[in-house]
Write a protein that binds this ligand. Structure first.
Ligand SMILES: Nc1ncnc2c1ncn2[C@@H]1O[C@H](COP(=O)(O)OP(=O)(O)OP(=O)(O)O)[C@@H](O)[C@H]1O
Ligand SMILES: [Mg+2]
Length: 417
Protein backbone atom coordinates (compact mmCIF):
# COMPACT_ATOMS: atom_id res chain seq x y z
CA UNK A 1 0.00 0.00 0.00
CA UNK A 2 2.76 2.44 0.96
CA UNK A 3 4.83 1.52 -2.10
CA UNK A 4 1.81 2.36 -4.25
CA UNK A 5 1.38 5.77 -2.56
CA UNK A 6 5.11 6.37 -2.95
CA UNK A 7 4.98 5.65 -6.71
CA UNK A 8 1.87 7.80 -7.17
CA UNK A 9 3.56 10.67 -5.33
CA UNK A 10 6.71 10.28 -7.42
CA UNK A 11 4.80 10.17 -10.72
CA UNK A 12 2.73 13.26 -9.81
CA UNK A 13 5.91 15.10 -8.83
CA UNK A 14 7.64 14.14 -12.10
CA UNK A 15 4.56 15.14 -14.12
CA UNK A 16 4.46 18.58 -12.49
CA UNK A 17 8.22 19.05 -12.94
CA UNK A 18 8.04 17.82 -16.55
CA UNK A 19 5.22 20.29 -17.34
CA UNK A 20 7.07 23.22 -15.73
CA UNK A 21 10.28 22.38 -17.62
CA UNK A 22 8.40 21.98 -20.92
CA UNK A 23 6.70 25.38 -20.51
CA UNK A 24 10.06 26.94 -19.63
CA UNK A 25 11.84 25.29 -22.60
CA UNK A 26 9.07 26.37 -25.00
CA UNK A 27 9.33 29.97 -23.77
CA UNK A 28 13.14 29.91 -24.16
CA UNK A 29 12.83 28.45 -27.67
CA UNK A 30 10.25 31.04 -28.80
CA UNK A 31 12.29 33.92 -27.40
CA UNK A 32 15.58 32.61 -28.85
CA UNK A 33 14.27 31.85 -32.38
CA UNK A 34 12.47 35.21 -32.46
CA UNK A 35 15.62 37.18 -31.62
CA UNK A 36 17.74 35.02 -33.98
CA UNK A 37 15.36 35.63 -36.87
CA UNK A 38 15.26 39.36 -36.02
CA UNK A 39 19.07 39.45 -36.19
CA UNK A 40 19.00 37.68 -39.56
CA UNK A 41 16.44 40.11 -40.96
CA UNK A 42 18.50 43.10 -39.75
CA UNK A 43 21.60 41.68 -41.47
CA UNK A 44 19.72 41.11 -44.72
CA UNK A 45 18.26 44.63 -44.58
CA UNK A 46 21.72 46.16 -44.11
CA UNK A 47 23.06 44.12 -47.02
CA UNK A 48 20.11 45.11 -49.22
CA UNK A 49 20.59 48.78 -48.38
CA UNK A 50 24.30 48.49 -49.31
CA UNK A 51 23.42 46.69 -52.54
CA UNK A 52 20.84 49.36 -53.44
CA UNK A 53 23.55 52.03 -53.44
CA UNK A 54 25.82 49.98 -55.72
CA UNK A 55 23.76 50.59 -58.84
CA UNK A 56 23.78 53.20 -61.56
CA UNK A 57 20.90 54.32 -63.68
CA UNK A 58 22.21 55.13 -67.16
CA UNK A 59 19.99 55.93 -70.11
CA UNK A 60 16.97 54.39 -68.50
CA UNK A 61 18.87 51.17 -67.65
CA UNK A 62 19.98 49.81 -64.32
CA UNK A 63 23.66 48.88 -64.09
CA UNK A 64 25.24 47.12 -61.15
CA UNK A 65 28.71 48.15 -60.08
CA UNK A 66 31.05 45.23 -59.75
CA UNK A 67 31.99 45.93 -56.12
CA UNK A 68 30.37 42.91 -54.50
CA UNK A 69 32.65 40.07 -53.52
CA UNK A 70 30.91 36.84 -54.48
CA UNK A 71 33.19 34.78 -52.27
CA UNK A 72 32.20 36.79 -49.22
CA UNK A 73 28.53 36.30 -50.03
CA UNK A 74 29.05 32.60 -50.51
CA UNK A 75 30.78 32.08 -47.17
CA UNK A 76 27.87 33.84 -45.48
CA UNK A 77 25.34 31.70 -47.42
CA UNK A 78 23.92 34.87 -48.92
CA UNK A 79 23.01 36.02 -52.43
CA UNK A 80 21.91 39.19 -54.17
CA UNK A 81 19.59 39.78 -57.10
CA UNK A 82 18.92 43.13 -58.82
CA UNK A 83 15.74 43.65 -60.82
CA UNK A 84 14.52 46.48 -63.01
CA UNK A 85 11.19 48.16 -62.32
CA UNK A 86 9.37 45.56 -64.45
CA UNK A 87 10.73 42.79 -62.24
CA UNK A 88 13.21 41.47 -64.83
CA UNK A 89 16.39 40.04 -63.30
CA UNK A 90 19.45 42.13 -64.29
CA UNK A 91 22.30 40.60 -62.29
CA UNK A 92 22.68 38.12 -59.48
CA UNK A 93 25.56 37.25 -57.16
CA UNK A 94 26.00 34.32 -54.75
CA UNK A 95 24.78 30.74 -54.57
CA UNK A 96 21.55 30.89 -52.58
CA UNK A 97 19.41 32.92 -54.96
CA UNK A 98 15.66 32.53 -55.07
CA UNK A 99 14.24 31.08 -58.28
CA UNK A 100 10.85 32.63 -57.53
CA UNK A 101 9.77 35.64 -59.58
CA UNK A 102 10.05 38.99 -57.86
CA UNK A 103 7.01 39.80 -55.75
CA UNK A 104 7.12 43.46 -54.75
CA UNK A 105 3.98 43.13 -52.66
CA UNK A 106 5.81 40.88 -50.20
CA UNK A 107 8.62 42.11 -47.99
CA UNK A 108 9.65 38.52 -47.17
CA UNK A 109 9.86 35.53 -49.48
CA UNK A 110 10.69 31.96 -48.47
CA UNK A 111 11.56 29.07 -50.78
CA UNK A 112 12.64 25.47 -50.25
CA UNK A 113 15.36 24.39 -52.64
CA UNK A 114 16.77 20.88 -52.41
CA UNK A 115 16.18 20.61 -48.64
CA UNK A 116 17.60 24.09 -48.04
CA UNK A 117 15.26 26.84 -46.95
CA UNK A 118 16.07 30.26 -48.35
CA UNK A 119 14.70 33.45 -46.93
CA UNK A 120 14.74 36.70 -48.90
CA UNK A 121 13.78 40.31 -48.44
CA UNK A 122 13.18 42.80 -51.23
CA UNK A 123 13.90 46.51 -51.09
CA UNK A 124 13.08 49.14 -53.75
CA UNK A 125 16.00 51.11 -55.27
CA UNK A 126 15.28 54.85 -55.40
CA UNK A 127 17.40 57.17 -57.52
CA UNK A 128 18.78 59.85 -55.21
CA UNK A 129 18.77 62.63 -57.80
CA UNK A 130 15.46 61.99 -59.49
CA UNK A 131 13.77 60.54 -56.43
CA UNK A 132 12.19 57.88 -58.61
CA UNK A 133 12.01 54.06 -58.47
CA UNK A 134 14.72 52.56 -60.66
CA UNK A 135 14.58 48.88 -59.64
CA UNK A 136 14.59 46.36 -56.82
CA UNK A 137 17.22 44.47 -54.90
CA UNK A 138 16.48 41.08 -53.38
CA UNK A 139 18.79 39.70 -50.69
CA UNK A 140 18.53 36.06 -49.81
CA UNK A 141 20.15 33.84 -47.24
CA UNK A 142 20.08 30.11 -46.69
CA UNK A 143 18.59 29.18 -43.30
CA UNK A 144 20.96 26.19 -42.93
CA UNK A 145 22.88 27.80 -40.09
CA UNK A 146 19.73 29.13 -38.48
CA UNK A 147 18.06 25.70 -38.60
CA UNK A 148 21.21 24.06 -37.26
CA UNK A 149 21.35 26.49 -34.33
CA UNK A 150 17.66 25.89 -33.55
CA UNK A 151 18.20 22.12 -33.81
CA UNK A 152 21.08 22.33 -31.33
CA UNK A 153 18.92 24.44 -29.04
CA UNK A 154 16.09 21.88 -29.24
CA UNK A 155 18.54 19.09 -28.52
CA UNK A 156 20.01 21.00 -25.58
CA UNK A 157 16.61 21.84 -24.13
CA UNK A 158 15.18 18.32 -24.72
CA UNK A 159 18.30 16.68 -23.29
CA UNK A 160 18.21 19.07 -20.35
CA UNK A 161 14.59 18.15 -19.60
CA UNK A 162 15.28 14.40 -19.81
CA UNK A 163 18.42 14.64 -17.62
CA UNK A 164 16.57 16.83 -15.09
CA UNK A 165 13.67 14.37 -14.98
CA UNK A 166 15.97 11.36 -14.53
CA UNK A 167 17.96 13.09 -11.78
CA UNK A 168 14.77 14.37 -10.12
CA UNK A 169 13.29 10.87 -10.40
CA UNK A 170 16.29 9.35 -8.61
CA UNK A 171 16.18 12.10 -5.99
CA UNK A 172 12.39 11.74 -5.81
CA UNK A 173 12.60 8.01 -5.05
CA UNK A 174 14.90 8.78 -2.12
CA UNK A 175 12.82 11.73 -0.88
CA UNK A 176 9.42 10.00 -1.15
CA UNK A 177 10.91 6.99 0.65
CA UNK A 178 12.13 9.28 3.42
CA UNK A 179 8.75 11.04 3.56
CA UNK A 180 6.76 7.80 3.69
CA UNK A 181 8.86 6.20 6.42
CA UNK A 182 7.36 8.09 9.41
CA UNK A 183 3.83 7.60 8.02
CA UNK A 184 4.48 3.88 7.56
CA UNK A 185 5.92 3.64 11.07
CA UNK A 186 2.94 5.37 12.69
CA UNK A 187 0.57 3.18 10.65
CA UNK A 188 2.38 0.06 11.86
CA UNK A 189 2.20 1.39 15.44
CA UNK A 190 -1.52 1.96 15.05
CA UNK A 191 -1.94 -1.57 13.73
CA UNK A 192 0.13 -2.95 16.58
CA UNK A 193 -1.99 -0.97 19.03
CA UNK A 194 -5.22 -2.42 17.53
CA UNK A 195 -3.73 -5.90 17.71
CA UNK A 196 -2.54 -5.43 21.32
CA UNK A 197 -5.81 -3.84 22.45
CA UNK A 198 -7.88 -6.59 20.82
CA UNK A 199 -5.62 -9.20 22.38
CA UNK A 200 -5.84 -7.64 25.83
CA UNK A 201 -9.62 -7.36 25.58
CA UNK A 202 -9.93 -11.11 25.05
CA UNK A 203 -9.33 -12.13 28.69
CA UNK A 204 -11.77 -9.71 30.40
CA UNK A 205 -14.38 -10.53 27.78
CA UNK A 206 -13.82 -14.21 28.38
CA UNK A 207 -14.22 -13.61 32.14
CA UNK A 208 -17.51 -11.73 31.62
CA UNK A 209 -18.77 -14.40 29.28
CA UNK A 210 -17.97 -17.32 31.59
CA UNK A 211 -19.42 -15.53 34.64
CA UNK A 212 -22.62 -14.65 32.82
CA UNK A 213 -22.93 -18.20 31.49
CA UNK A 214 -22.51 -19.61 35.02
CA UNK A 215 -25.02 -17.12 36.41
CA UNK A 216 -27.55 -17.97 33.71
CA UNK A 217 -27.11 -21.67 34.38
CA UNK A 218 -28.77 -21.23 37.78
CA UNK A 219 -31.58 -18.73 37.23
CA UNK A 220 -33.48 -19.95 40.34
CA UNK A 221 -34.03 -17.14 42.78
CA UNK A 222 -33.21 -14.57 40.16
CA UNK A 223 -35.75 -11.97 39.07
CA UNK A 224 -36.94 -12.38 35.50
CA UNK A 225 -35.80 -8.84 34.63
CA UNK A 226 -32.31 -9.58 36.04
CA UNK A 227 -32.21 -12.76 33.99
CA UNK A 228 -33.06 -10.77 30.85
CA UNK A 229 -30.35 -8.24 31.65
CA UNK A 230 -27.80 -11.01 32.01
CA UNK A 231 -28.89 -12.47 28.69
CA UNK A 232 -28.40 -9.05 27.07
CA UNK A 233 -24.92 -8.87 28.63
CA UNK A 234 -24.15 -12.36 27.30
CA UNK A 235 -25.23 -11.39 23.79
CA UNK A 236 -23.29 -8.09 23.86
CA UNK A 237 -20.22 -9.93 25.15
CA UNK A 238 -20.58 -12.41 22.29
CA UNK A 239 -20.64 -9.54 19.81
CA UNK A 240 -17.67 -7.82 21.40
CA UNK A 241 -15.67 -11.05 21.41
CA UNK A 242 -16.39 -11.53 17.70
CA UNK A 243 -15.44 -7.91 17.00
CA UNK A 244 -12.13 -8.10 18.89
CA UNK A 245 -11.31 -11.38 17.11
CA UNK A 246 -12.02 -9.72 13.75
CA UNK A 247 -9.92 -6.67 14.63
CA UNK A 248 -7.07 -8.90 15.75
CA UNK A 249 -7.28 -10.88 12.52
CA UNK A 250 -7.26 -7.71 10.40
CA UNK A 251 -4.37 -6.17 12.32
CA UNK A 252 -2.37 -9.35 11.77
CA UNK A 253 -3.54 -9.85 8.20
CA UNK A 254 -0.29 -8.72 6.55
CA UNK A 255 1.85 -10.79 8.90
CA UNK A 256 1.03 -13.79 6.71
CA UNK A 257 3.77 -16.39 6.80
CA UNK A 258 3.78 -18.50 3.60
CA UNK A 259 6.27 -20.91 5.21
CA UNK A 260 3.50 -22.16 7.50
CA UNK A 261 1.06 -22.70 4.62
CA UNK A 262 -0.30 -26.13 3.89
CA UNK A 263 -1.98 -27.75 0.91
CA UNK A 264 -5.70 -27.04 1.17
CA UNK A 265 -8.38 -29.10 -0.53
CA UNK A 266 -10.86 -26.39 -1.44
CA UNK A 267 -13.56 -28.93 -2.23
CA UNK A 268 -13.65 -30.20 1.31
CA UNK A 269 -13.54 -26.64 2.70
CA UNK A 270 -16.55 -25.64 0.56
CA UNK A 271 -18.43 -28.90 1.23
CA UNK A 272 -17.97 -28.50 5.00
CA UNK A 273 -19.15 -24.91 4.88
CA UNK A 274 -22.22 -25.81 2.82
CA UNK A 275 -23.09 -28.52 5.34
CA UNK A 276 -22.76 -26.05 8.21
CA UNK A 277 -24.82 -23.35 6.50
CA UNK A 278 -27.44 -25.79 5.19
CA UNK A 279 -29.40 -25.48 8.47
CA UNK A 280 -29.44 -21.67 8.30
CA UNK A 281 -30.40 -21.78 4.60
CA UNK A 282 -33.23 -24.27 5.19
CA UNK A 283 -34.56 -22.14 8.03
CA UNK A 284 -34.74 -19.21 5.61
CA UNK A 285 -36.03 -21.39 2.76
CA UNK A 286 -33.00 -20.50 0.69
CA UNK A 287 -31.76 -23.01 -1.86
CA UNK A 288 -28.03 -23.38 -1.13
CA UNK A 289 -26.20 -25.11 -3.96
CA UNK A 290 -22.54 -26.04 -4.56
CA UNK A 291 -21.05 -26.76 -7.98
CA UNK A 292 -17.40 -27.66 -8.08
CA UNK A 293 -14.68 -29.51 -9.98
CA UNK A 294 -12.36 -32.21 -8.59
CA UNK A 295 -8.94 -31.61 -7.08
CA UNK A 296 -9.06 -27.92 -6.35
CA UNK A 297 -5.92 -27.40 -4.33
CA UNK A 298 -4.17 -24.30 -3.15
CA UNK A 299 -1.43 -23.37 -0.71
CA UNK A 300 -2.50 -21.30 2.24
CA UNK A 301 -3.65 -20.94 5.80
CA UNK A 302 -6.54 -23.35 6.13
CA UNK A 303 -8.42 -21.49 8.89
CA UNK A 304 -8.08 -18.17 7.04
CA UNK A 305 -9.32 -19.64 3.75
CA UNK A 306 -12.28 -21.16 5.59
CA UNK A 307 -12.94 -17.78 7.19
CA UNK A 308 -12.86 -16.06 3.78
CA UNK A 309 -15.57 -18.28 2.29
CA UNK A 310 -17.54 -18.32 5.56
CA UNK A 311 -17.81 -14.53 5.39
CA UNK A 312 -19.00 -14.61 1.77
CA UNK A 313 -21.58 -17.38 2.31
CA UNK A 314 -22.69 -15.69 5.52
CA UNK A 315 -23.34 -12.44 3.61
CA UNK A 316 -25.08 -14.21 0.73
CA UNK A 317 -27.50 -15.92 3.14
CA UNK A 318 -27.96 -12.84 5.28
CA UNK A 319 -28.68 -10.41 2.42
CA UNK A 320 -30.94 -12.79 0.48
CA UNK A 321 -34.64 -12.75 1.40
CA UNK A 322 -36.61 -15.87 2.21
CA UNK A 323 -37.17 -18.15 -0.78
CA UNK A 324 -34.05 -16.98 -2.60
CA UNK A 325 -31.10 -18.91 -4.00
CA UNK A 326 -27.39 -18.98 -3.15
CA UNK A 327 -25.10 -20.75 -5.58
CA UNK A 328 -21.41 -21.45 -5.03
CA UNK A 329 -19.46 -22.30 -8.15
CA UNK A 330 -15.80 -23.31 -8.01
CA UNK A 331 -13.73 -23.78 -11.15
CA UNK A 332 -10.18 -23.67 -12.42
CA UNK A 333 -9.16 -21.24 -15.15
CA UNK A 334 -5.49 -21.05 -16.24
CA UNK A 335 -4.04 -22.19 -12.89
CA UNK A 336 -6.37 -19.81 -11.06
CA UNK A 337 -9.14 -21.04 -8.81
CA UNK A 338 -12.32 -19.04 -9.30
CA UNK A 339 -15.01 -19.32 -6.66
CA UNK A 340 -18.24 -17.43 -7.30
CA UNK A 341 -20.71 -16.89 -4.50
CA UNK A 342 -23.89 -15.84 -6.24
CA UNK A 343 -27.12 -14.82 -4.57
CA UNK A 344 -30.56 -13.55 -5.49
CA UNK A 345 -30.46 -11.04 -2.64
CA UNK A 346 -30.95 -7.33 -2.17
CA UNK A 347 -27.91 -6.44 -4.30
CA UNK A 348 -25.56 -3.48 -3.92
CA UNK A 349 -25.85 -0.16 -5.80
CA UNK A 350 -22.94 0.56 -8.20
CA UNK A 351 -21.80 3.60 -6.16
CA UNK A 352 -21.43 1.38 -3.05
CA UNK A 353 -19.65 -1.54 -4.68
CA UNK A 354 -16.16 -0.05 -4.23
CA UNK A 355 -16.73 0.71 -0.56
CA UNK A 356 -17.99 -2.67 0.62
CA UNK A 357 -14.40 -3.92 1.14
CA UNK A 358 -13.62 -1.01 3.48
CA UNK A 359 -13.50 -1.68 7.20
CA UNK A 360 -16.73 -0.99 9.11
CA UNK A 361 -18.52 0.04 5.92
CA UNK A 362 -22.15 -1.05 5.62
CA UNK A 363 -24.87 -0.05 3.16
CA UNK A 364 -27.53 0.06 5.82
CA UNK A 365 -25.79 0.75 9.12
CA UNK A 366 -28.92 0.77 11.29
CA UNK A 367 -30.17 -2.59 10.03
CA UNK A 368 -26.75 -4.25 10.12
CA UNK A 369 -26.18 -3.01 13.67
CA UNK A 370 -29.52 -4.53 14.63
CA UNK A 371 -28.31 -7.85 13.20
CA UNK A 372 -25.12 -7.57 15.25
CA UNK A 373 -22.90 -7.07 12.21
CA UNK A 374 -19.77 -5.00 12.41
CA UNK A 375 -18.96 -4.36 8.72
CA UNK A 376 -15.61 -6.15 8.91
CA UNK A 377 -16.59 -9.36 7.08
CA UNK A 378 -15.62 -8.36 3.52
CA UNK A 379 -12.57 -6.35 4.67
CA UNK A 380 -11.30 -9.53 6.36
CA UNK A 381 -12.16 -11.68 3.32
CA UNK A 382 -10.37 -9.31 0.92
CA UNK A 383 -7.35 -9.06 3.21
CA UNK A 384 -7.11 -12.88 3.38
CA UNK A 385 -7.49 -13.18 -0.41
CA UNK A 386 -4.76 -10.58 -1.02
CA UNK A 387 -2.54 -12.25 1.57
CA UNK A 388 -2.87 -15.44 -0.52
CA UNK A 389 -1.99 -13.54 -3.74
CA UNK A 390 -5.61 -13.44 -4.80
CA UNK A 391 -8.44 -10.94 -4.97
CA UNK A 392 -12.20 -10.66 -4.52
CA UNK A 393 -14.28 -8.79 -7.07
CA UNK A 394 -17.96 -8.00 -7.11
CA UNK A 395 -20.74 -7.66 -9.65
CA UNK A 396 -24.14 -6.75 -8.32
CA UNK A 397 -27.49 -5.36 -9.33
CA UNK A 398 -29.76 -3.68 -6.84
CA UNK A 399 -32.80 -5.83 -6.14
CA UNK A 400 -31.56 -8.69 -8.32
CA UNK A 401 -28.54 -10.11 -6.54
CA UNK A 402 -24.79 -10.12 -6.13
CA UNK A 403 -21.90 -12.27 -7.27
CA UNK A 404 -18.63 -12.17 -5.35
CA UNK A 405 -15.77 -13.83 -7.22
CA UNK A 406 -12.67 -15.01 -5.39
CA UNK A 407 -9.55 -15.62 -7.52
CA UNK A 408 -6.76 -17.59 -5.89
CA UNK A 409 -3.64 -19.20 -7.39
CA UNK A 410 -4.13 -22.95 -7.71
CA UNK A 411 -1.53 -25.50 -6.65
CA UNK A 412 -2.43 -28.54 -8.75
CA UNK A 413 -4.14 -29.29 -12.04
CA UNK A 414 -7.71 -30.51 -11.92
CA UNK A 415 -10.12 -32.35 -14.18
CA UNK A 416 -13.88 -31.79 -14.63
CA UNK A 417 -16.27 -34.14 -12.83
N1 LIG B 1 -24.18 -10.54 -0.80
C1 LIG B 1 -24.49 -9.31 -0.47
N2 LIG B 1 -25.65 -8.75 -0.90
C2 LIG B 1 -25.97 -7.49 -0.57
N3 LIG B 1 -25.22 -6.68 0.19
C3 LIG B 1 -24.07 -7.17 0.66
C4 LIG B 1 -23.64 -8.49 0.35
N4 LIG B 1 -22.43 -8.69 0.95
C5 LIG B 1 -22.14 -7.56 1.60
N5 LIG B 1 -23.12 -6.63 1.44
C6 LIG B 1 -23.13 -5.25 1.95
O1 LIG B 1 -21.81 -4.89 2.26
C7 LIG B 1 -21.69 -4.51 3.62
C8 LIG B 1 -20.35 -4.97 4.15
O2 LIG B 1 -20.34 -6.39 4.28
P1 LIG B 1 -19.45 -7.05 5.39
O3 LIG B 1 -19.59 -8.51 5.28
O4 LIG B 1 -18.11 -6.45 5.31
O5 LIG B 1 -20.09 -6.52 6.73
P2 LIG B 1 -21.37 -6.99 7.49
O6 LIG B 1 -21.98 -8.18 6.83
O7 LIG B 1 -22.27 -5.79 7.62
O8 LIG B 1 -20.81 -7.32 8.91
P3 LIG B 1 -19.94 -8.59 9.35
O9 LIG B 1 -18.65 -8.01 9.80
O10 LIG B 1 -20.69 -9.22 10.44
O11 LIG B 1 -19.80 -9.46 8.14
C9 LIG B 1 -22.87 -5.14 4.30
O12 LIG B 1 -23.25 -4.39 5.42
C10 LIG B 1 -23.94 -5.13 3.21
O13 LIG B 1 -24.56 -3.88 3.22
MG1 LIG C 1 -20.83 -9.87 6.49
Amino acid sequence: MFKQIQYKLLISYLLVLGSVLTVFATAVRIFFTHSLSQQLTDKLKALAQGAATNVEFKQGHLQVENDFQVQELLTRDQALQWFNTEGRLIVQRGKYVLSLPLDTTKHFQIQNQRSVTIQAITLPIIDNDEQQLIGYVRVSQSLKEFDETVRKLDLGLGGGIVISLVLSGVGGIFLTHQAMQPIEKSFQKLKQFTADASHELRSPLMAIKSNVTVALKYPEGMRVSDCQKLQAIASATEQMTALTEDLLLLARSDQINPQGWQLINLNSVLNNLVQIYEIQATAKQIHLQLETVENLFLLGDSSQITRLFRNLIDNALQYTPTGGRVKINASLVNQTILVQVQDTGIGIAPEHQKQIFERFWQVDRARSYHWGNSGLGLAIAQSIAKGHNGVITITSQLGIGSCLTVSLPAKLKTSRK
